[in-house]
Design a protein around this ligand. Sequence first.
Ligand SMILES: [Zn+2]
Length: 268
Amino acid sequence: MTQVKKLWPLLTGTYRYDKSISTFNRGRGQQIEAPILAYLLETTNGRILYDVGCDHGKISDPVARDRYYNPAVFKFGAPEMRDEQRIPHHLARLGLTAADVDVVFIGHLHFDHAGGLKELRRCGCGAEIHVQHEEMDVARSGADKAIFSDDLVDDAGAPLQFRLQRGEYTLLPGVQAIATPGHTVGHMSMLIELPQGPPVLLAGDAADLQENLDDEVAPGTLWQGREQQAIDSIRKLKALARETGAHIWPNHDMAFYRTLPTFPLACE
Ligand SMILES: [Zn+2]
């Protein structure tokens, strides 16, 4: 019996970029606008966030923005993130604060997924932060330029405390971590059983777009060029969806996002 009561997609920002970033060797020269999403789950046993979006400070502060997102040093450029898109503001609209989040599950450590950790900490979030140990090894090595090491420390520069995980596991009844490497070394998706209706399978960046799923195209950004591993992860998600009846939610697909309930409406 699932412990999940509700699921909210949270729009934390938007990003205009070349489509080839989402679809390997496809769409070069075509600009797309992508949502940057986080997901909040309410369960009978606490609240879980899947991903936390970008660090607003690195986008809103001109000095930090130039340091992190100047296109001369960072090819993707800066996302758009409005003040009201910060996760603490979403929580406030539900009558909650950062202290009401019990587990933060980070699918992978890229800046548009883990950047919000710093602000949550600042706002009193004491949640366990789950991430795969291999993700953290890569972050520490500095080998992945889409991970900002400053996102993984608090305002005083002390490392955030992560609960490092190895492989797939059940967070609680109805919430399962599913390994989908390829985009990053330890990328994780999440299978969520809702009280009613089909389960939801959050692809994370294993599938940015519906097209990645339909055509079995790898994401454009791959850890060490692991295209086949990324395709295998897409096939794994599709097989799991067939087996469980789950709907797969691509992570950066604006057209798909617009079909979801608009916050503060939830899936329940
Ligand atoms: Zn992403």
